[in-house]
Design a protein around this ligand. Structure first.
Ligand code: NAP
Length: 260
């Protein structure tokens, strides 16, 4: 008798999120919109979160019209009370979330000497505190289910720093630490927490980058181009999948090789 071929399971089901409730913050545009779409296309019920109902509804309506399931929610993720209300509403309208993607983020760039304290606070509050508040709000539900996936959005800037982005770099480095801490706290409950560190992705956030800088990225990144939101979504899907159960506390760089 030859050795039995060890099957890895039904690979057709990989990246299937049928009936899973997935919360995507910052889903009105850019990277978050691409992530929301990718989950919806794989059967998830997507809670699309943005600062305004109208912004969130734009994405949710688009997905709804395409025959997918998506519900819009307005919330400023840096406000603890709003976040608490958000997750109560998501629970009522969609059911208990099994995936949280902490994607909402802002940048307020300036050289540190000129940086306004309020711009430091705003960026840390949305990017770092917002991720913490949403993760905290979803933890009880995930612990009860003994299953959960949290994916946080860091940045190559959080790993390598960038002149003129002290606040943004600090917030995104903080997200890496937060990710590791959550992974250690919740790993035994079947909950993983990982981060993505995108390189330069073409969205509203990078629309003001000088043309010379974009040309530099195109020249130096092995991929030969800036990224798109479609480049980030597959990495998020993978880390949020059942199959990624033995990966936690990691930060996956998705930058076309720019920082090799
Ligand atoms: P974007 O196009 O500017 O979109 C930002 C999203 O975050 C919007 O949906 C926005 O909602 C939402 N948001 C902002 N503040 C919020 C708040 N207080 N509460 C709830 N939602 C809020 O940005 P992006 O380029 O897609 O970036 C998405 C994430 O990836 C961010 O965390 C960013 O730091 C990170 N990232 C981006 C790049 C890049 O090159 N683009 C690189 C590395 C990391 P509204 O529409 O309501 O304002």
């Amino acid at each position: 008798m030859g050795q039995r071929y060890p099957r890895l399971g039904n690979l057709q089901d990989v990246l299937d999120f049928t009936d899973q409730v997935v919360v995507v913050t910052g889903a009105s545009r850019g990277i978050g919109k691409g992530i929301a779409q990718a989950f919806a296309e794989r059967g998830a019920i997507v809670a699309c979160v943005a600062t305004t109902e109208a912004g969130a509804a734009q994405t949710a309506l688009l997905l709804d019209q395409a025959g997918y399931r998506a519900v819009p929610f307005a919330c400023d993720v840096s406000h603890a009370e709003q976040v608490e209300g958000l997750f109560a509403n998501i629970g009522d309208q969609c059911g208990p979330p099994s995936v949280l993607v902490n994607n909402a983020g802002i940048a307020r760039d300036n050289l540190m000497m000129r940086l306004k304290d309020e711009d430091w606070d705003a960026v840390l509050n949305v990017n770092l505190k917002g991720s913490y508040l949403c993760a905290k709000a979803v933890t009880r539900t995930m612990m009860k289910a003994r299953y959960g996936r949290i994916v946080n959005m860091s940045s190559v800037v959080g790993l390598h720093g960038a002149a003129g982005q002290a606040n943004y770099a600090a917030s995104k480095a903080g997200v890496v630490g937060l990710t590791k801490a959550i992974a250690k706290e919740l790993g035994s409950r079947g909950i993983t927490c990982n981060a993505i560190a995108p390189g330069f992705i073409e969205t509203d956030m990078t629309s003001d980058l000088p043309a010379e800088f974009k040309a530099h990225v195109e020249k130096t990144a092995p991929a030969g181009r800036l990224g798109t939101s479609q480049d980030i979504a597959p990495a998020v899907l993978f880390l949020a999948s059942r199959e990624a159960s033995y990966i936690t506390g990691q930060t996956l760089t998705v930058d076309g090789g720019l920082f090799l």
